[in-house]
Write a protein that binds this ligand. Structure first.
Ligand SMILES: [Fe+2]
Length: 422
C-alpha cells in the first residue's frame, strides 16, 4: 500500500534518506508498558504504543480512504489491550499485530514500515518535524522588501505559487506593477481563497475621510497592530492594494514588523516577561452601539500563545483594540511590564520595514504573523487611497500546498500563526 498517496502528513526527515532503513533489525515488544520498540537498520529506535498503533491500522477495514470517514473510534478502545503477537511481513514491508482482548478478536493490525518510520514520534523526530516548520526571519534593515514584478507572476500557477511562497516563508509578499483597477484586488484575492467578512466588510477602502468610526479612515499615525484582534481568531492574510498615492502627500508610509520574530527575541532576552505574555491574557474589544455598523466584539486571550512543545503558535497585538485587562490583581503589574518589553522590541528600527506605496503596489501579508501600521500624513491637496480585503490563512496555506503539489514542487509549510506548529 502506498501510504504517501493517501496521507499527506509528514514525518521524520531522516526517513527520506534511504529505503534500506525501513528494514527492521529487531522488534522488541513490551507487554507491561504497552508499546513495541523497533530498531531500524540505521540504528534509529522507535517506540509505538498500542493505542496509537491500533488507531493507525492500515488494514482495509480500518484505514480511512475518504476524508471524514470514521473507520475507528479510539474512545471505544479498552484501557489496556496487551500485544499477543507481532510479526514482520518482509515481502510487504509491514508489521502485523494481534492484541489480547475481546474487542479486537479476529482483527490483525497492519502497519507499513515506511509509514511507521515517517511517523516516528521519538524526541529527535518530533524535534526535526518542528524545526522544519519554524519560520525564518528577515532583518528588514538589511534585507528590505524583495519585490516581485506582476508581469513575472501574472496568469500562471507558477506565479501565484511564488507569491504564496513569499507569504508563507517571509510572512509578506510585495508585488509591483499590478493593475490599478478596483476589480483587480477582488479577482486576485479570490483566486487564492474566499474573501472573509469582518467589521470592515469583505472589501474596504482606506482613505482619509475624517471618519469617527475607524482610525483607519483618517490621516493619523497607526501604530503596529494585527487587524481584528477582537475576534477569537484574527483574520488571516491581508491585501493592501494602492490605487492612488499622490506626490503631494507627505508621510503615510506603511510600516511592518514580524511579531513572531519579536516574540522569540523577547523569549531570549527576557524569559520571564515572555512567560507572562503566554499566561496572562489581555482583552481586545470593539464595543460601539453608535457607529454606522453597531458592534459588540470582545475576547480575552494572551498576546503570545505557545503549544505543548513550547512553540510560539500565535501572536495577537493591537493596542488600538486593547481593552480593560481583567485578571487577578497579582498579575496586573507583571502584565504591563511584559507588554512594554515586547513593545520596545517590536519598535526597534532594525526590525521594521518601511514602505511608501505607489499606485500598482500590492502587499500580501499574514495578519496572524505580521503587524502593520502607517505613518501619519499630510495630504497637501493629494490623495492616498488603498483598498484591502482578507482571505483565511488556512485557505492560503492550502492553496500553496496544492499548487506546490500540482507543480511537482515539494514544499514544507511553515507555521502560520493558527495556534498549531504543524
Ligand atoms: Fe490595520
Amino acid at each position: 500500500m502506498d501510504a504517501e498517496s493517501t496521507d499527506v502528513g509528514r514525518g521524520c526527515s531522516e526517513a527520506k534518506v534511504s529505503k534500506n532503513m525501513f528494514k527492521i533489525s529487531n522488534i522488541e515488544t513490551s507487554f507491561a508498558r504497552n508499546f513495541i520498540e523497533i530498531k531500524w537498520k540505521d540504528d534509529h529506535s522507535s517506540r509505538y504504543h498500542n493505542h496509537w498503533m491500533r488507531f493507525n491500522c492500515h488494514c482495509p477495514k480500518c484505514f480511512r480512504v475518504i476524508v471524514g470517514q470514521q473507520r475507528i473510534n479510539c474512545s471505544l478502545f479498552p484501557d489496556e489491550f496487551p500485544i499477543l503477537h507481532v510479526h514482520e511481513d518482509e515481502e510487504k514491508a509491514e508489521i502485523h499485530l494481534n492484541y489480547k482482548g475481546e474487542v479486537f478478536t479476529d482483527h490483525e493490525t497492519i502497519l507499513p514500515l515506511e509509514w511507521l518510520r515517517n511517523h516516528c514520534y521519538c524526541d529527535r523526530c518530533l524535534s526535526n518535524m518542528i524545526e522544519e516548520r519554524q519560520m525564518k526571519f528577515a532583518l528588514p534593515s538589511k534585507d528590505g522588501l524583495r519585490p516581485l514584478h506582476y508581469d513575472s507572476i501574472k496568469d500562471s500557477k507558477e506565479g501565484l505559487f511564488r507569491v504564496l511562497q513569499r507569504v508563507m516563508e517571509d510572512g509578506i509578499c510585495y508585488v509591483k506593477g499590478v493593475p490599478v483597477k478596483e476589480q483587480f484586488l477582488l479577482d486576485f484575492a479570490e483566486s487564492i481563497g474566499p474573501l472573509v467578512d469582518s467589521t470592515y466588510g469583505k472589501y474596504f477602502k482606506i482613505q482619509d475621510l475624517g471618519s469617527t468610526d475607524s482610525i483607519t479612515d483618517t490621516r493619523e499615525f497607526l501604530t503596529f497592530h494585527t487587524d481584528q484582534a477582537h475576534y477569537e481568531s484574527e483574520l488571516g492574510v491581508q491585501f493592501f492594494h494602492c490605487l492612488r498615492f499622490d506626490e503631494e502627500v507627505e508621510g503615510g508610509e506603511s510600516i511592518i514588523a514580524d511579531m513572531f520574530q519579536a516574540a522569540e527575541i523577547l523569549r531570549k532576552e527576557s524569559p520571564n516577561d515572555f512567560r507572562v505574555l503566554t499566561k496572562v491574557p489581555c482583552t481586545f474589544a470593539t464595543i460601539d452601539y453608535n457607529r454606522k455598523n453597531p458592534a459588540y466584539y470582545e475576547t480575552r486571550k494572551t498576546v503570545i500563545e505557545v503549544d505543548c512543545d513550547d512553540q510560539v503558535v500565535a501572536v495577537h497585538f493591537n493596542t488600538g483594540l486593547d481593552s480593560t485587562v481583567r485578571v487577578r490583581e497579582d498579575l496586573i503589574e507583571n502584565y504591563y511590564r511584559a507588554h512594554k518589553k515586547l513593545w520596545k522590541i517590536i519598535t526597534r528600527p532594525e526590525l521594521r520595514f518601511t514602505h511608501r506605496m505607489r499606485p500598482g503596489d500590492l502587499l500580501v501579508f499574514n495578519n496572524r504573523r505580521v503587524a502593520h501600521g502607517r505613518e501619519a500624513f499630510v495630504p497637501n491637496g493629494g490623495i492616498r487611497l488603498l483598498q484591502s480585503t482578507y482571505v483565511n490563512v488556512e485557505d492560503v496555506r492550502s492553496k500553496y500546498m496544492v499548487l506546490g503539489h500540482q507543480l511537482g514542487t515539494e514544499v514544507t509549510p511553515t507555521k502560520i500563526g493558527n495556534r498549531s506548529c504543524i
